[in-house]
Design a protein around this ligand. Structure first.
Ligand SMILES: NC(=O)C1=CN([C@@H]2O[C@H](COP(=O)(O)OP(=O)(O)OC[C@H]3O[C@@H](n4cnc5c(N)ncnc54)[C@H](O)[C@@H]3O)[C@@H](O)[C@H]2O)C=CC1
Ligand SMILES: CC(C)CC(=O)C(=O)O
Ligand SMILES: [Mg+2]
Length: 397
């Protein structure tokens, strides 16, 4: 028998799992009376990991948007902030304290700013802020990093690329996130001119299969096209990647149009013919680099959100950009990537589609009204981080 979530009846309220159902009395013409659900609300425990540089500035703004959504739609979101990255190294010598891991694991979803900065860049330091981010992805089993490259119509002219090349671009990247070279064995040997550093790249068949399956399923919901990107002409792990991807696609997704592209050529095609791609699946390193490149299609790194998902636990949501130390503390960072990441959190972790749509629509309206942070202004008048968020809040339905 299907498992039914616990249902607790309360006066005019009912909780069903994490959902809170508000009820109103309904009176029939024959005077029978019953309770009718009028609104489904949600209790969610959200962890914020502001991190370093502009991280705290943009997470503060995205939290304001989530608070407004909670108030408008009748949800209850509980927020708790935890340490990650450089600030965590300064506080306790560890870029990912155990308390942060525990809080993330107990949460419904995690919203992260960014980590890193020049203060922690010493190559001989024992640890780095970025190690904290890699570890939390691994701890939560977040093997799939979804990076949508969505072009807001209003921003087509903000891109350094020509309108006729980019108009209509809509790509969804699936970047493998817990394997590959970022997690390979590394070290140094020897000294002086003989000193050698190494970092190995490995992928297993299972790691490739699970990300390719997810990407193929996403393609079936979109334009039914999947491109796998690798460097199979040189790298052994890429040859295994290509072989596995081709087999999974032939055996399980014969209806999806599938092709493979070498990563160096893909870097060029993205700029030359971005409209030709629907869903792209690739490894950790290639996905990291190609999506920063792809951020120039919508015009700024400050516009691209991402969702990191695993097998059912809490998802982690973050902008794709880093901690932008060059603009940290100036109040000018673009908060929209993080606000759009909050929309992805609502959609993917809390199944709050209407709420996610409302945020994305409000961002579209702000851009349509000509408001731009300095990364998008291209010399025209720009507004700051807080003013941009105020504008989104004012346009939230
Ligand atoms: N997910 C994360 O936490 C990531 C962290 N990093 C770390 O961030 C630090 C800085 O790295 P960078 O190479 O400078 O990359 P970055 O992504 O922080 O910045 C690159 C350029 O884009 C601009 N930019 C980025 N986000 C912006 C925003 N929201 N609004 C306006 N402009 C924005 C920056 O000002 C800078 O000019 C490094 O320590 C790096 O390791 C880098 C990438 C991802
Ligand atoms: C560990 C991160 C700093 C790697 C990165 O640049 C990213 O995930 O976008
Ligand atoms: Mg990156």
């Amino acid at each position: 028998m299907a498992k039914v979530p616990d249902v607790t009846v309360m006066p005019r309220r009912l909780t069903w799992g994490k959902r809170l159902v508000r009820l109103n009395w309904h009176l029939e013409p024959n005077n029978t009376c019953f309770l009718l659900p009028v609104k489904i609300a949600l209790n969610a425990n959200l962890v914020l990991l502001p991190g370093d540089g502009i991280g705290p500035e943009i997470v503060t703004e995205a939290k304001r948007v989530l608070e407004k959504i909670a108030a408008s739609f009748g949800h209850q979101f509980t927020f708790s902030s935890h340490l990650i990255g450089g600030i965590a190294i300064d506080s306790c010598g560890d870029p990912l304290p155990q308390a942060t891991v525990d809080a993330c694991k107990a949460s419904d979803a995690v919203l992260l700013g960014a980590v890193g900065g020049p203060k922690w860049d010493d190559p001989s330091a024992k640890t780095r802020p970025e190690a904290g981010l890699l570890r939390i992805r691994k701890e939560l089993g977040l093997f799939a990093n979804l990076r949508p490259i969505r072009l807001f119509d209003e921003l087509v002219d903000a891109s350094p690329l020509k309108r006729e090349i980019i108009e209509g671009t809509d790509i969804l990247f699936f970047r493998e996130l817990t394997g590959g070279i970022y997690f390979g064995e590394s070290g140094r040997n020897g000294s002086g001119a003989e000193e050698t550093a190494f970092q190995s790249m490995a992928y297993s068949v299972g790691e490739v299969e699970r990300i390719v399956r997810l990407a193929a399923k996403a393609a079936q919901q979109r334009d039914n096209r999947l491109t796998s990107v690798d460097k199979a002409n040189v790298l052994e792990p890429s040859r295994l990647w290509r072989q596995t991807a081709a087999r999974v696609m032939a055996e399980e997704f014969p209806d999806v149009k599938f092709d493979v592209v070498l990563v160096d050529a893909m870097a060029m095609h993205l700029i030359n013919r971005p409209r030709d791609f629907d869903v792209v699946v690739t490894g950790n390193l290639f996905g990291d680099i190609l999506t920063d490149e792809a951020s120039m299609l919508p015009g700024s790194l400050g516009m691209l959100p991402s969702a990191s998902l695993g097998n059912g636990g809490p998802g982690l949501y973050e902008p794709i950009h880093g901690s932008a130390p060059d603009i940290a503390g100036k109040g000018i960072a673009n908060p929209l990537a993080t606000i759009l990441a909050a929309a992805m959190l609502l959609r993917h972790s809390l199944s709050l589609t209407k709420e996610a749509d409302a945020i994305e629509a409000a961002v579209g309206k702000v851009l349509a009204d000509g408001l731009r942070t300095s990364d998008l202004a291209r010399g025209a008048a720009a507004i700051g981080t807080k003013a941009m968020t105020d504008a989104v809040l004012n346009r939230l339905a």
